[in-house]
Design a protein around this ligand. Sequence first.
Ligand SMILES: [Zn+2]
Length: 125
Amino acid sequence: MTAIRSAGTKPEMIVRRLAHKLGYRFRLHRKNLPGKPDLVFVSRRKIIFVHGCFWHLHPKATCHDARVPQSNTAYWQPKLERNVTRDQRNSRDLVRLGWKVLVVWECDTCDLHRLGKQLNRFLRN
Ligand SMILES: [Zn+2]
């Protein structure tokens, strides 16, 4: 379990730095968009969310951070599931508004080479 994360935390900084290095320009946390997206590529109509694996229940089987704690499960389960429901609603709303959405997971930021390719694939054209 990781500490509470908010804007400007490490995984988000890694994604920002990398996207910038790859030559993409973006805005941060546009409050007028659903979910206050972390990175907004306005002219490309593209959005990147950087999600902590624990808080957003990363659905990848190999991700070890995305587990509901074994203690106090009755507290954590609904809380974390609410986050996931909110994420899904925000993505859906953004897609309806004409945005393309990519979620980068905290554990994806460990492999910068792969992450760079993922960002390029999503952002180019
Ligand atoms: Zn993960």
